[in-house]
Design a protein around this ligand. Structure first.
Ligand SMILES: Cc1cc2nc3c(=O)[nH]c(=O)nc-3n(C[C@H](O)[C@H](O)[C@H](O)COP(=O)(O)OP(=O)(O)OC[C@H]3O[C@@H](n4cnc5c(N)ncnc54)[C@H](O)[C@@H]3O)c2cc1C
Ligand code: FES
Length: 281
């Protein structure tokens, strides 16, 4: 059982949990994720780490309530315990002194980008951070990112805060020498960033979030194609060379269970209503 020591809603339907997990905190690095299970027969949900505090023995993660399981998770409160947290899983991000690193975090994945930004800065890089969301209300960690970055920009799809869209990145990428780009966020964003950097020859690392089950390389659910070869998102990634990823296949595979996911969310809402049965764990 993993006790939630801090809970906050940092944007609508986006929740932050700090959880007592000393064993995981001791080994966790930026780029890694945990798999969370809220009840015995529940779905296993992968969530990327935002921080690991070895002194406090806690890990922090942020999740978006998009479906049945993440909504169930969001019903837990400070002092409650999560049945199971497995990790750290996946490979740590490659952190070293590259020179100038552009970090792009989109949607809920702004959160784990904070861990990367902090580590890239500690490694001696000049860090340019960009956070983006659909609308201004979904932007978060503005002050935290600003404090850790040499340059900081915001963008929204509708232009309600910061730049409208990500086209302005072209200017950043051409006006100064950027040695590496790291991106975490929706597939459409990862693809757009990778397409921008490819002609410029800037190494671009993207975090992929294919559907996962075991997270340990056994089931094959997280299969992705990179440089024409089959890779497993959980054990070979989750970070890959953005110029080599088959994004179309990734999108198709992510949508594989959409009807079932919609049905599960609907059933869950109708049966439990908004007062969805709190996961008794
Ligand atoms: C390595 C990795 C890291 C992730 N990190 C975060 C994070 O830091 N914060 C966050 O909010 N979300 C993260 N996700 C996505 C998160 O796991 C899904 O949103 C979650 O599983 C949805 O579960 P659900 O039952 O609430 O919704 P569902 O109804 O099951 O699904 C809603 C959407 O989430 C996707 N999804 C469903 N199950 C999985 C799964 N097992 N693995 C991946 N995607 C799935 C589906 O494509 C669907 O579009 C990550 C996914 C992966 C693979
Ligand atoms: S999640 Fe099963 S092999 Fe990656």
């Amino acid at each position: 059982m993993y006790k939630i020591v801090r809970k906050s809603e940092i944007a609508p339907k986006i929740k932050l949990f700090e959880v007592a997990a000393p064993d995981i905190a001791a080994k966790a690095n930026p780029g890694q994720f945990v798999i969370v299970k809220t009840c015995e027969n529940g779905e296993r949900v992968p969530i990327t780490l935002v921080n690991a505090d070895t002194k406090k023995g806690t890990i922090t993660f942020v999740f978006n309530e998009v479906g049945k399981t993440t909504r169930q998770l969001g019903l837990l409160n400070e002092g409650d315990s999560i049945l199971n947290v497995c990790g750290p899983l996946g490979n740590p991000s490659e952190i070293e002194k590259f020179g100038t690193v552009l970090c792009v975090g989109g949607g809920v994945m702004i959160a784990p980008m904070l861990f990367q930004v902090s580590a890239m800065r500690k490694a001696g890089n000049k860090v340019i951070t960009v956070i983006g969301a659909r609308i201004k209300d979904l932007l978060f960690f503005e002050n935290e990112m600003k404090a850790l970055s040499d340059e900081f920009y915001m963008a929204t799809d509708d232009g309600s805060k910061g730049y409208k869209g990500l086209d302005f990145l072209k200017e950043i990428l051409t006006k100064q020498k950027v040695d590496r780009v790291v991106a975490m966020g929706p597939v459409v964003m990862l693809k757009a960033v990778s397409e921008m950097t490819k002609p410029l020859g800037i190494k671009t690392i993207v975090t992929l979030t294919p559907i996962m089950v075991d997270g340990m390389g056994m089931c094959g659910a997280c299969r992705v194609t990179v440089a024409g070869k089959t890779k497993f998102g959980c054990v070979d990634g989750p970070e890959f060379d953005g110029h080599q990823v088959d994004f179309e296949e990734l999108v198709q595979r992510q949508r594989m269970f959409l009807p079932e996911e919609r049905l599960a969310a609907l059933f869950h809402e109708r049966i439990g209503g908004i007062n969805v049965v709190k996961c008794e764990s």
